[in-house]
Design a binder for this molecule. Sequence first.
Ligand code: AMP
Length: 411
Amino acid sequence: MTFKDLQLNAKILKAVSEQNYSTPTPIQEKTIPLVLDGIDVIGCAQTGTGKTAAFALPILERLFNLADAKKGEKQIKALIVTPTRELTIQIEENFKMYSTYTNLRTASVYGGISIEPQIELLKKGVDILIATPGRLLDLHKRDILNLDYIQTLVLDEADMMLDMGFIDDVKKIARLCPPKKQTLLFSATMPPKIDALANELLTEPEKVSVSVLSSAAKTISQELYMVPKPQKIELCLHLLRNDLRGNMIIFRRTKFGVDKLEETLLKNKYKVDTIHGDKTQVARTKALNKFKNNDVNILIATDVAARGIDIPDLDIVINFDLPNIPEAYVHRIGRTGRAGKEGRALSFCSADEKTYVKEIQQLLGKLIPIEENHPYPLDPAAKPEVHKKQGSKYKKGRKSVGSKAKKKRWY
Ligand code: AMP
Protein backbone atom coordinates (compact mmCIF):
# COMPACT_ATOMS: atom_id res chain seq x y z
CA MET A 1 0.00 0.00 0.00
CA THR A 2 1.16 3.55 -0.71
CA PHE A 3 0.12 6.88 0.80
CA LYS A 4 -1.57 7.65 -2.51
CA ASP A 5 -3.83 4.62 -2.02
CA LEU A 6 -4.97 6.22 1.22
CA GLN A 7 -6.70 9.00 -0.73
CA LEU A 8 -4.65 11.89 0.60
CA ASN A 9 -4.48 15.02 -1.52
CA ALA A 10 -1.41 16.03 -3.50
CA LYS A 11 -0.32 18.76 -1.08
CA ILE A 12 -0.22 16.42 1.88
CA LEU A 13 1.39 13.67 -0.22
CA LYS A 14 4.13 16.06 -1.23
CA ALA A 15 4.91 16.89 2.41
CA VAL A 16 4.87 13.20 3.32
CA SER A 17 7.25 12.30 0.52
CA GLU A 18 9.60 15.06 1.70
CA GLN A 19 9.77 13.22 5.00
CA ASN A 20 11.00 10.20 3.02
CA TYR A 21 8.15 8.02 4.18
CA SER A 22 7.90 5.43 1.43
CA THR A 23 4.99 3.34 2.69
CA PRO A 24 2.44 3.77 5.45
CA THR A 25 3.18 1.94 8.71
CA PRO A 26 0.64 -0.70 9.87
CA ILE A 27 -1.09 1.69 12.28
CA GLN A 28 -1.35 4.27 9.48
CA GLU A 29 -2.78 1.73 7.02
CA LYS A 30 -5.45 0.74 9.50
CA THR A 31 -6.25 4.12 11.03
CA ILE A 32 -6.18 6.62 8.17
CA PRO A 33 -9.21 5.24 6.25
CA LEU A 34 -11.29 5.09 9.44
CA VAL A 35 -10.47 8.65 10.43
CA LEU A 36 -11.23 9.85 6.90
CA ASP A 37 -14.64 8.17 7.23
CA GLY A 38 -15.36 10.07 10.43
CA ILE A 39 -15.34 6.94 12.59
CA ASP A 40 -14.25 7.00 16.26
CA VAL A 41 -11.06 5.01 16.76
CA ILE A 42 -9.34 3.37 19.71
CA GLY A 43 -5.72 2.99 18.65
CA CYS A 44 -3.53 0.69 20.68
CA ALA A 45 -0.05 1.75 19.63
CA GLN A 46 3.05 3.13 21.24
CA THR A 47 5.24 5.97 20.11
CA GLY A 48 7.51 4.83 17.31
CA THR A 49 4.82 3.08 15.30
CA GLY A 50 3.97 6.19 13.28
CA LYS A 51 0.81 6.85 15.24
CA THR A 52 1.11 10.64 15.03
CA ALA A 53 0.86 10.61 11.25
CA ALA A 54 -1.90 8.00 11.58
CA PHE A 55 -4.17 10.66 13.04
CA ALA A 56 -2.49 13.85 11.76
CA LEU A 57 -2.67 13.03 8.05
CA PRO A 58 -6.39 12.20 7.86
CA ILE A 59 -7.25 15.14 10.15
CA LEU A 60 -5.36 17.46 7.80
CA GLU A 61 -7.03 15.87 4.80
CA ARG A 62 -10.48 16.43 6.27
CA LEU A 63 -9.75 20.00 7.30
CA PHE A 64 -8.16 20.72 3.94
CA ASN A 65 -11.34 19.70 2.24
CA LEU A 66 -13.48 22.01 4.32
CA ALA A 67 -14.54 25.04 2.36
CA ASP A 68 -14.10 27.40 5.31
CA ALA A 69 -10.55 26.23 5.91
CA LYS A 70 -9.78 27.16 2.33
CA LYS A 71 -11.25 30.60 2.88
CA GLY A 72 -8.91 31.01 5.81
CA GLU A 73 -11.49 31.19 8.60
CA LYS A 74 -9.65 30.15 11.70
CA GLN A 75 -11.59 28.21 14.31
CA ILE A 76 -10.12 25.32 16.25
CA LYS A 77 -11.48 22.29 14.44
CA ALA A 78 -9.10 19.62 15.68
CA LEU A 79 -7.90 19.37 19.27
CA ILE A 80 -5.15 16.98 20.31
CA VAL A 81 -4.74 16.47 24.04
CA THR A 82 -1.44 14.99 25.21
CA PRO A 83 0.13 14.37 28.62
CA THR A 84 3.49 16.14 28.27
CA ARG A 85 4.94 19.34 26.92
CA GLU A 86 7.54 17.45 24.89
CA LEU A 87 4.89 15.38 23.19
CA THR A 88 2.83 18.50 22.52
CA ILE A 89 5.75 20.19 20.80
CA GLN A 90 6.55 17.06 18.84
CA ILE A 91 3.01 16.59 17.58
CA GLU A 92 2.88 20.26 16.62
CA GLU A 93 6.07 19.82 14.60
CA ASN A 94 4.54 16.85 12.82
CA PHE A 95 1.32 18.69 11.97
CA LYS A 96 3.33 21.64 10.70
CA MET A 97 5.50 19.41 8.55
CA TYR A 98 2.58 17.55 7.01
CA SER A 99 0.61 20.77 6.39
CA THR A 100 3.51 22.72 4.84
CA TYR A 101 1.67 23.08 1.52
CA THR A 102 -1.75 23.89 2.96
CA ASN A 103 -2.98 27.03 4.64
CA LEU A 104 -3.96 25.15 7.79
CA ARG A 105 -2.56 26.64 10.96
CA THR A 106 -1.37 24.61 13.93
CA ALA A 107 -0.46 25.81 17.41
CA SER A 108 0.34 24.24 20.74
CA VAL A 109 -0.24 25.27 24.33
CA TYR A 110 1.29 23.72 27.42
CA GLY A 111 2.20 24.61 30.97
CA GLY A 112 5.55 25.61 32.41
CA ILE A 113 5.93 28.71 30.26
CA SER A 114 4.20 32.07 30.17
CA ILE A 115 0.57 31.93 29.07
CA GLU A 116 0.52 35.39 27.43
CA PRO A 117 2.23 34.49 24.11
CA GLN A 118 -0.09 31.49 23.87
CA ILE A 119 -3.09 33.78 24.31
CA GLU A 120 -1.80 36.04 21.53
CA LEU A 121 -1.25 33.04 19.28
CA LEU A 122 -4.76 31.77 19.84
CA LYS A 123 -6.25 35.17 19.16
CA LYS A 124 -4.77 35.05 15.68
CA GLY A 125 -6.79 31.89 15.06
CA VAL A 126 -5.71 28.32 14.52
CA ASP A 127 -7.24 25.26 12.88
CA ILE A 128 -5.45 22.63 14.91
CA LEU A 129 -4.53 22.93 18.57
CA ILE A 130 -2.30 20.58 20.51
CA ALA A 131 -2.47 20.97 24.26
CA THR A 132 -1.72 19.57 27.66
CA PRO A 133 -4.89 19.31 29.76
CA GLY A 134 -4.07 21.81 32.54
CA ARG A 135 -3.08 24.69 30.27
CA LEU A 136 -6.00 24.02 27.97
CA LEU A 137 -8.49 24.26 30.83
CA ASP A 138 -6.74 27.35 32.13
CA LEU A 139 -7.10 29.05 28.75
CA HIS A 140 -10.72 27.97 28.55
CA LYS A 141 -11.43 29.41 31.98
CA ARG A 142 -10.02 32.73 30.74
CA ASP A 143 -12.45 32.63 27.84
CA ILE A 144 -9.66 32.52 25.30
CA LEU A 145 -10.66 29.24 23.73
CA ASN A 146 -13.68 28.50 21.65
CA LEU A 147 -14.12 24.76 21.42
CA ASP A 148 -17.54 24.94 19.73
CA TYR A 149 -16.13 24.14 16.30
CA ILE A 150 -14.17 21.03 17.26
CA GLN A 151 -14.79 18.25 14.79
CA THR A 152 -12.09 15.86 15.89
CA LEU A 153 -10.78 15.34 19.39
CA VAL A 154 -7.65 13.22 19.81
CA LEU A 155 -6.64 11.85 23.20
CA ASP A 156 -3.04 10.79 22.78
CA GLU A 157 -1.11 8.56 25.20
CA ALA A 158 -4.30 8.06 27.19
CA ASP A 159 -2.68 5.58 29.58
CA MET A 160 -0.03 8.15 30.42
CA MET A 161 -2.74 10.74 31.07
CA LEU A 162 -4.36 8.23 33.39
CA ASP A 163 -1.04 7.61 35.21
CA MET A 164 -0.53 11.35 35.60
CA GLY A 165 -3.99 11.91 37.06
CA PHE A 166 -5.37 13.84 34.08
CA ILE A 167 -8.42 11.71 33.44
CA ASP A 168 -10.96 14.04 35.04
CA ASP A 169 -9.47 16.94 33.09
CA VAL A 170 -9.68 14.90 29.89
CA LYS A 171 -13.35 14.13 30.54
CA LYS A 172 -13.99 17.81 31.24
CA ILE A 173 -12.31 18.77 27.96
CA ALA A 174 -14.36 16.22 26.04
CA ARG A 175 -17.53 17.71 27.55
CA LEU A 176 -16.47 21.22 26.53
CA CYS A 177 -16.34 20.11 22.91
CA PRO A 178 -19.54 19.67 20.90
CA PRO A 179 -21.31 16.34 21.55
CA LYS A 180 -21.28 15.55 17.84
CA LYS A 181 -17.64 15.06 17.01
CA GLN A 182 -15.15 12.40 16.09
CA THR A 183 -13.02 11.15 18.99
CA LEU A 184 -9.78 9.24 18.58
CA LEU A 185 -8.09 7.67 21.57
CA PHE A 186 -4.53 6.39 21.40
CA SER A 187 -2.86 4.43 24.14
CA ALA A 188 0.21 2.20 24.32
CA THR A 189 -1.55 -0.09 26.78
CA MET A 190 -5.20 -0.80 27.38
CA PRO A 191 -5.80 -1.19 31.10
CA PRO A 192 -9.49 -1.50 32.13
CA LYS A 193 -9.66 2.18 33.09
CA ILE A 194 -8.75 3.17 29.54
CA ASP A 195 -11.40 0.82 28.19
CA ALA A 196 -13.90 2.48 30.51
CA LEU A 197 -12.80 5.93 29.36
CA ALA A 198 -13.17 4.90 25.73
CA ASN A 199 -16.66 3.53 26.46
CA GLU A 200 -17.62 6.81 28.04
CA LEU A 201 -16.19 9.16 25.43
CA LEU A 202 -16.29 7.33 22.10
CA THR A 203 -19.23 6.33 19.95
CA GLU A 204 -19.19 2.92 18.28
CA PRO A 205 -15.42 3.01 18.00
CA GLU A 206 -13.33 0.77 15.78
CA LYS A 207 -10.38 -0.77 17.55
CA VAL A 208 -7.05 -0.69 15.80
CA SER A 209 -3.97 -2.18 17.33
CA VAL A 210 -0.35 -2.67 16.59
CA SER A 211 0.79 -5.13 19.20
CA VAL A 212 3.21 -3.66 21.66
CA LEU A 213 6.35 -5.24 20.36
CA SER A 214 5.45 -5.67 16.74
CA SER A 215 6.53 -3.56 13.77
CA ALA A 216 9.01 -0.97 15.03
CA ALA A 217 9.85 -2.78 18.22
CA LYS A 218 10.57 -6.13 16.53
CA THR A 219 14.00 -4.81 15.73
CA ILE A 220 14.90 -4.16 19.38
CA SER A 221 17.25 -6.65 20.99
CA GLN A 222 16.60 -6.86 24.71
CA GLU A 223 19.28 -7.79 27.24
CA LEU A 224 19.06 -8.24 30.99
CA TYR A 225 22.10 -7.64 33.19
CA MET A 226 21.86 -9.07 36.69
CA VAL A 227 24.00 -6.79 38.83
CA PRO A 228 24.30 -5.73 42.48
CA LYS A 229 22.79 -2.29 42.94
CA PRO A 230 26.01 -0.55 44.08
CA GLN A 231 27.82 -1.84 40.99
CA LYS A 232 25.35 -0.61 38.41
CA ILE A 233 27.47 2.48 37.87
CA GLU A 234 30.58 0.34 37.25
CA LEU A 235 28.64 -1.81 34.86
CA CYS A 236 27.39 1.28 33.05
CA LEU A 237 30.92 2.70 32.71
CA HIS A 238 32.24 -0.71 31.63
CA LEU A 239 29.63 -0.99 28.89
CA LEU A 240 30.17 2.60 27.77
CA ARG A 241 33.91 1.99 27.52
CA ASN A 242 33.78 -1.39 25.82
CA ASP A 243 30.53 -1.99 24.08
CA LEU A 244 28.08 0.82 23.57
CA ARG A 245 28.35 3.19 20.64
CA GLY A 246 25.87 5.72 19.38
CA ASN A 247 23.02 7.75 20.83
CA MET A 248 21.43 6.50 23.98
CA ILE A 249 18.93 7.31 26.67
CA ILE A 250 19.60 6.07 30.18
CA PHE A 251 16.48 5.83 32.31
CA ARG A 252 16.49 6.30 36.03
CA ARG A 253 13.51 6.15 38.33
CA THR A 254 14.21 9.34 40.26
CA LYS A 255 15.38 12.85 39.53
CA PHE A 256 18.05 12.41 42.19
CA GLY A 257 19.29 9.28 40.39
CA VAL A 258 19.43 11.18 37.09
CA ASP A 259 21.53 13.97 38.59
CA LYS A 260 23.85 11.53 40.35
CA LEU A 261 24.54 9.53 37.22
CA GLU A 262 25.07 12.71 35.22
CA GLU A 263 27.71 13.81 37.68
CA THR A 264 29.59 10.50 37.37
CA LEU A 265 29.42 10.38 33.59
CA LEU A 266 30.54 13.99 33.27
CA LYS A 267 33.50 13.22 35.54
CA ASN A 268 34.36 10.39 33.15
CA LYS A 269 34.25 12.82 30.23
CA TYR A 270 31.08 11.58 28.58
CA LYS A 271 28.87 14.02 26.74
CA VAL A 272 25.69 13.96 28.74
CA ASP A 273 22.56 15.95 29.40
CA THR A 274 19.46 15.24 31.42
CA ILE A 275 15.73 15.74 31.37
CA HIS A 276 13.51 15.41 34.40
CA GLY A 277 10.51 17.12 35.89
CA ASP A 278 12.47 19.53 38.08
CA LYS A 279 14.12 21.15 35.09
CA THR A 280 12.49 24.16 33.54
CA GLN A 281 10.82 23.72 30.18
CA VAL A 282 13.56 25.79 28.56
CA ALA A 283 16.28 23.57 30.06
CA ARG A 284 14.49 20.39 28.96
CA THR A 285 14.03 21.62 25.41
CA LYS A 286 17.67 22.72 25.32
CA ALA A 287 18.83 19.29 26.49
CA LEU A 288 16.66 17.57 23.91
CA ASN A 289 17.95 19.80 21.14
CA LYS A 290 21.55 19.17 22.15
CA PHE A 291 20.83 15.47 21.94
CA LYS A 292 19.06 15.78 18.60
CA ASN A 293 21.95 17.84 17.20
CA ASN A 294 24.50 15.29 18.42
CA ASP A 295 26.17 17.77 20.80
CA VAL A 296 25.67 15.12 23.46
CA ASN A 297 25.09 11.44 22.79
CA ILE A 298 23.82 10.41 26.22
CA LEU A 299 20.57 11.64 27.67
CA ILE A 300 19.63 10.61 31.20
CA ALA A 301 15.94 10.86 31.93
CA THR A 302 13.04 9.93 34.14
CA ASP A 303 10.00 8.26 32.62
CA VAL A 304 7.61 11.16 32.78
CA ALA A 305 10.05 13.59 31.19
CA ALA A 306 10.99 11.23 28.40
CA ARG A 307 7.62 9.76 27.56
CA GLY A 308 6.64 10.27 23.96
CA ILE A 309 9.73 12.17 22.85
CA ASP A 310 10.75 11.20 19.37
CA ILE A 311 14.43 10.86 18.61
CA PRO A 312 14.60 9.11 15.25
CA ASP A 313 18.18 7.87 15.44
CA LEU A 314 18.32 6.51 18.96
CA ASP A 315 20.53 3.43 19.07
CA ILE A 316 20.36 2.28 22.66
CA VAL A 317 18.08 2.44 25.68
CA ILE A 318 19.53 1.60 29.08
CA ASN A 319 17.21 0.86 31.96
CA PHE A 320 19.65 1.75 34.72
CA ASP A 321 16.79 1.27 37.14
CA LEU A 322 13.94 -0.97 36.17
CA PRO A 323 10.59 0.78 36.18
CA ASN A 324 8.10 -0.33 38.81
CA ILE A 325 5.27 0.02 36.29
CA PRO A 326 5.75 -2.66 33.61
CA GLU A 327 4.16 -0.51 30.89
CA ALA A 328 6.94 2.03 31.42
CA TYR A 329 9.44 -0.59 30.25
CA VAL A 330 7.57 -0.88 26.97
CA HIS A 331 7.50 2.88 26.59
CA ARG A 332 11.18 3.16 27.38
CA ILE A 333 12.42 0.53 24.96
CA GLY A 334 10.09 1.95 22.32
CA ARG A 335 12.49 4.91 22.07
CA THR A 336 14.82 2.72 20.00
CA GLY A 337 14.28 0.38 17.05
CA ARG A 338 12.12 2.94 15.30
CA ALA A 339 10.99 2.71 11.69
CA GLY A 340 12.70 -0.64 11.15
CA LYS A 341 16.09 0.45 12.55
CA GLU A 342 17.95 -1.89 14.84
CA GLY A 343 17.94 -0.95 18.48
CA ARG A 344 19.26 -2.30 21.76
CA ALA A 345 17.57 -2.20 25.13
CA LEU A 346 19.76 -3.05 28.11
CA SER A 347 18.25 -3.46 31.56
CA PHE A 348 20.15 -3.54 34.82
CA CYS A 349 18.40 -5.64 37.43
CA SER A 350 19.49 -5.71 41.05
CA ALA A 351 18.19 -8.25 43.58
CA ASP A 352 15.39 -5.98 44.78
CA GLU A 353 14.12 -5.42 41.23
CA LYS A 354 13.45 -9.04 40.36
CA THR A 355 9.71 -8.67 40.84
CA TYR A 356 9.73 -5.85 38.29
CA VAL A 357 11.35 -8.19 35.76
CA LYS A 358 8.65 -10.77 36.39
CA GLU A 359 5.91 -8.23 35.82
CA ILE A 360 7.58 -6.89 32.70
CA GLN A 361 7.96 -10.38 31.27
CA GLN A 362 4.33 -11.09 31.99
CA LEU A 363 3.33 -7.95 30.14
CA LEU A 364 5.61 -8.79 27.21
CA GLY A 365 4.43 -12.39 27.19
CA LYS A 366 8.03 -13.43 26.81
CA LEU A 367 11.30 -13.66 28.69
CA ILE A 368 14.13 -11.18 28.39
CA PRO A 369 17.45 -12.93 27.67
CA ILE A 370 20.10 -12.60 30.38
CA GLU A 371 23.49 -11.31 29.35
CA GLU A 372 25.95 -13.09 31.61
CA ASN A 373 29.12 -11.90 29.98
CA HIS A 374 29.99 -8.95 32.22
CA PRO A 375 32.30 -8.38 35.21
CA TYR A 376 29.70 -7.56 37.90
CA PRO A 377 27.35 -10.54 38.19
CA LEU A 378 24.83 -10.96 40.97
CA ASP A 379 25.15 -14.03 43.09
CA PRO A 380 23.98 -16.75 40.64
CA ALA A 381 21.55 -18.05 43.27
CA ALA A 382 19.86 -14.68 43.30
CA LYS A 383 18.90 -14.72 39.61
CA PRO A 384 15.23 -14.44 38.81
CA GLU A 385 13.43 -17.00 36.72
CA VAL A 386 14.52 -15.64 33.42
CA HIS A 387 15.60 -16.88 30.08
CA LYS A 388 19.36 -17.25 29.61
CA LYS A 389 20.73 -15.74 26.43
CA GLN A 390 22.86 -18.73 25.57
CA GLY A 391 20.95 -22.01 25.57
CA SER A 392 17.34 -21.17 25.10
CA LYS A 393 15.97 -23.48 27.79
CA TYR A 394 13.94 -22.29 30.71
CA LYS A 395 15.30 -23.33 34.09
CA LYS A 396 13.94 -26.68 35.12
CA GLY A 397 12.20 -27.22 38.44
CA ARG A 398 11.23 -23.55 38.74
CA LYS A 399 7.96 -21.99 38.04
CA SER A 400 8.74 -20.16 34.83
CA VAL A 401 7.20 -16.74 34.48
CA GLY A 402 7.65 -17.04 30.75
CA SER A 403 5.79 -20.28 30.32
CA LYS A 404 2.96 -18.92 32.43
CA ALA A 405 2.94 -15.77 30.37
CA LYS A 406 2.93 -17.77 27.16
CA LYS A 407 -0.45 -19.31 27.96
CA LYS A 408 -1.97 -15.92 28.34
CA ARG A 409 -2.56 -13.66 25.38
CA TRP A 410 -1.51 -10.26 26.48
CA TYR A 411 -2.28 -8.39 23.31
P1 AMP B 1 5.45 8.34 16.03
O1 AMP B 1 5.07 6.94 16.40
O2 AMP B 1 4.33 9.11 15.50
O3 AMP B 1 6.17 9.03 17.17
O4 AMP B 1 6.51 8.26 14.82
C1 AMP B 1 7.78 7.71 14.98
C2 AMP B 1 8.74 8.12 13.89
O5 AMP B 1 8.42 7.46 12.66
C3 AMP B 1 8.75 9.60 13.57
O6 AMP B 1 10.10 10.01 13.46
C4 AMP B 1 8.05 9.73 12.25
O7 AMP B 1 8.56 10.81 11.51
C5 AMP B 1 8.40 8.40 11.59
N1 AMP B 1 7.38 7.91 10.64
C6 AMP B 1 6.04 8.07 10.73
N2 AMP B 1 5.43 7.48 9.67
C7 AMP B 1 6.41 6.93 8.92
C8 AMP B 1 6.41 6.18 7.70
N3 AMP B 1 5.28 5.85 7.07
N4 AMP B 1 7.61 5.78 7.21
C9 AMP B 1 8.76 6.10 7.86
N5 AMP B 1 8.84 6.80 9.01
C10 AMP B 1 7.66 7.20 9.54
